[in-house]
Design a protein around this ligand. Sequence first.
Ligand SMILES: Nc1ncnc2c1ncn2[C@@H]1O[C@H](COP(=O)(O)OP(=O)(O)OP(=O)(O)O)[C@@H](O)[C@H]1O
Ligand SMILES: [Mg+2]
Length: 303
Amino acid sequence: MSNIVELENVVKVYELGEGVKVEALRGVNLEIEKGELVSIQGPSGSGKTTLLNMIGGLDKPTSGRVVIDGVDITPLSERALARFRREKIGFIFQFFNLVPLLTALENVELPMIFAGKLSDEEIRERAIELLTLVGLEKRIHHRPTQLSGGEQQRVAIARALANEPSIILADEPTGNIDQVTGQKIIRLIRDLNETLEQTFIIVTHDPTVAKSTKRNLYLRDGKIVEKLPETTLKIPANILKEEKRQLLLAELRWLKTSINYLQEKKEEINPKIYYNTLYSYKSRFERIKRIIKEYNLIGGKSS
Ligand SMILES: Nc1ncnc2c1ncn2[C@@H]1O[C@H](COP(=O)(O)OP(=O)(O)OP(=O)(O)O)[C@@H](O)[C@H]1O
Ligand SMILES: [Mg+2]
């Protein structure tokens, strides 16, 4: 198994001037495998947000190395980091949020416009699909101020997923929202993690969120400790079935668009990259089709 995230002795010191320093991270070593679902807990001020900022390339460590998907991102320029973030990372941050002047739909479209891989029409289609996925199909033309906290958070999730990032970093994704919506968001995260093998790193104060992840990390005074997982949350398969099916069907449509697009651009793409990408899209396509079939079988038995 390959690590998608590797932190080697990461130290982050904030200088507050007049010789005052805060050691936010004090030598963090961490390895996360591709497709893991990890929660990070810890008291306020223990360095959780700082840690996510390091992994997402939003800030640089004072010393140590951050290796993402085999690439050491610590020496990268601002420009290269921006590109890295755009291609690899989805952020769901409370205070790193939506553009106030844009509608929910436009907010979700934005990262896809920046990525420049799809046509305007495809971008719109996918944005609507993602907003439907998070249950906001009736709010697509609302601006952030016209949405509740939980709705804004869901728009942020749809936006974070737009470019199919391999790593999704969430800082208190269920923070200021009610329990039912929080549960839905966690279920969505679990589904995405299981079916699309996206890696999730979730900072949370909420023990039920932490219980629903397979691996629990704790930060204390800028150092990390690992705790063995407690009982995992079990959600009855039949309740989730329809939601999961919808999610998978959306993903299939998206993969189909991606494969078509790739094939259209074949001549312009380095052949090695072309075949590797095509292979990975196609194998994912097949995998998802298999999973959908299995769900249908379960449905046949229980109904
Ligand atoms: N930009 C900054 N400049 C100076 N100090 C900072 C900065 N960002 C964070 N800190 C300090 O670093 C420490 C870790 O902060 P961080 O935001 O990572 O904590 P946290 O675990 O996310 O807390 P919370 O649960 O309250 O969000 C804190 O003592 C904080 O005051
Ligand atoms: Mg924080």
